[in-house]
Design a protein around this ligand. Sequence first.
Ligand SMILES: [Zn+2]
Length: 94
Amino acid sequence: MHRTMPGETPIPTPLLCPTCRKPVEAGNPELPFCSDRCRVIDLGKWASGEYRISSPIFDPELLDELEQRRTAATDDPEASGAASTEYEDKRYKN
Ligand SMILES: [Zn+2]
C-alpha cells in the first residue's frame, strides 16, 4: 500500500548517464543515457571488451581458482559445498 501524503514532494531518483556521468532526466527517451551519442559510446565500450565487470566468469584467475578447488574437493561433499558458497559470495562482491 502506497499513499502519497498531501504536500509530500516526490524525491526524483538521480539518474546519471553511464558514459558521461551527467544527470539524465527521467523522461529522456535515451535512458539510461543522456543522449544518443553517449549510448553509442557505451555500446562501443561493450564491443571492445572494456567492460569486464559484468562477466567475472571469464576472469582467468577466478576460473583457475575454481578449478583448483574442484580438484581438491573431489571426494569431499562438505568441502565442495563450501567452495560453491564462496563462489557465490565472490560474484556478488564483484
Ligand atoms: Zn551522457
